[in-house]
Design a binder for this molecule. Structure first.
Ligand code: FAD
Length: 404
């Protein structure tokens, strides 16, 4: 049967190998990754693992001997240099050409850097890999002063973990609020206050100008001229898709590798899954690059199903979670083109949800410590349900009663 080659041994790549075997795929599978670790989960790197509650072993997607036991040829510390679509081969760093029948690109994304002067100083970190996380963790001491560049999920999660570890945390954000691209204003306002209550400081609408230090970072200069003392900096200003290999081989790319609903690229024998893929979202009539574990799993499962001759599973509503302190944040759907916002529950109780509607139809839900709202909200989004906003806001009615 056909030879499957997977580039990138991260969440999506590791999962597609596992689903293929689970669904009975009997052909050869090669999984190539440039990191030294077998596929692992990244979410804890900014959360429980960083604040010291979990050890590294618990992060692996599969036990290390799973790959040999399941006849998956896992090649770590190996970088794929190019794809030759005419010969159906890929070239790895020692110059070897490896042949494929089906190629799956799961190269993920890499952190963006700010590009300001001094960014190469020691103790300035990004956070994507176990290596990054270990370096950051080893730099942390109680009483350290950390600046977090960017109030996205990484910045806020790291701030929460650092506070737990007794580190001072100052978040610097260019926009007027946190999570500007990825959460609504009521959620961001609540989270900012929650962080402040836990000792995190914020400088919003501020841009950084340069880092300064002698070997290690000591000061951060802002564009307004102010200077901040720090001994750790974490840059969390988003990621860029690792789509260089695909672009060079002539695959259609935009913000990531363009794929269809089955994760197929412009070349029918090549798929792209996970953070690197620019995928259609049929529920929202648009295409998007999603950066989440559920997305990586969905596309991995879908491609494995297709390669095993199974029907492709139905497309999911995109969803995401984050943990900060004792808050479980769960988000489903996209708020694009919504015209109405409904608050359900009291933010002061640390348990509430924000629903987003378009012409009366639920399109997205953002839930804080509110699992039923998230679960039912996600279902209602899938059904394109019209719900009376007054009912939705009425906490004397359960989500079940509201859904009818
Ligand atoms: P990755 O997991 O990044 O894997 C890609 C792999 O490909 C990497 O190992 C890379 O080294 C390798 N690679 C790239 N190019 C090559 C090449 N040329 N040759 C060989 N190998 C290559 N998502 C959530 O849903 N919830 C969360 O709470 C959450 N928290 C997160 C916290 C952190 C700190 C981070 C970094 C991410 C978090 N995410 C979260 C996002 C989630 O981890 C990603 O969406 C997911 O890892 C994407 O999987 P992927 O396989 O596409 O990419």
């Amino acid at each position: 049967s056909s030879r499957v080659m997977i580039i990138g041994a991260g969440h999506a790549g590791g999962s597609v190998a596992a689903f293929l075997r689970q669904f009975g795929f009997a052909g050869p599978i090669t999984l190539i990754g440039e990191e030294s670790a077998a596929p692992y989960q990244r979410p804890p790197l900014s959360k429980a693992w960083l604040s010291g509650d979990t050890d590294l072993e618990t992060l692996f997607l599969r036990p290390n001997d799973w790959y040999a036991d399941n006849d998956v040829n896992l090649r770590l510390d190996t970088v794929v240099r190019s794809i030759d679509r005419e010969k159906n081969t890929i070239e790895i760093d020692d110059g070897d050409g490896l042949a494929y029948d089906v190629l799956i690109i799961a190269t993920g994304a890499s952190p963006r850097w700010t590009g300001v002067e001094g960014e190469q100083l020691d103790n300035i970190f990004s956070l994507r890999t176990v290596k990054d996380a270990e370096l950051l963790k080893s730099a942390i001491n109680p009483g350290s002063q950390a600046v977090l560049i960017g109030a996205g999920y990484i910045g806020l999660e790291v701030a929460a973990s650092l506070r737990k570890a007794g580190v001072d945390a100052l978040v610097i954000e260019r926009e007027a609020r946190s999570l500007a691209r990825v959460a609504s204003a009521p959620i961001a306002t609540f989270l900012e206050q929650y962080h402040k209550d836990h000792g995190v400081e914020f400088l919003l609408e501020h841009e950084i100008a340069k880092f300064q230090g002698n070997g290690k970072v000591e000061k951060l200069h802002l564009k307004n001229g102010s200077v901040i003392d720090c001994d750790i900096a974490v840059v969390g200003i988003g990621v860029l898709p690792n789509d260089g290999l695909a672009r060079e081989s002539g695959l259609a790319c935009e913000n990531g590798i363009i794929v269809d609903e089955n994760a197929r690229t412009s070349d029918p024998s090549i798929y792209a899954i996970g953070d690197v893929s620019f995928r259609p979202l049929p529920h929202y009539d648009c295409a998007f690059r999603l950066e989440s574990v559920p997305n990586a799993l969905e596309q991995a499962r879908g491609v494995a199903a297709i390669l095993c001759g199974r029907p492709a599973p139905a497309i999911e509503i995109p969803w995401f979670w984050s943990d900060q302190y004792d808050l479980k944040i769960q988000i489903a759907g996209l708020t694009l083109e919504c015209d109405e916002t409904v608050l359900r529950g009291d933010p002061a109780s640390h348990k509430f949800a924000v629903f987003h509607l378009r012409k009366g139809v639920i399109r997205a839900v953002e839930a804080i410590n509110a699992a039923p709202e998230f679960m039912m909200g996600k279902k209602l989004i899938g059904k394109e349900a019209s719900i009376d906003p007054e009912k939705l806001a009425d906490v004397s009615l359960s989500m079940k009663e509201i859904a009818g």
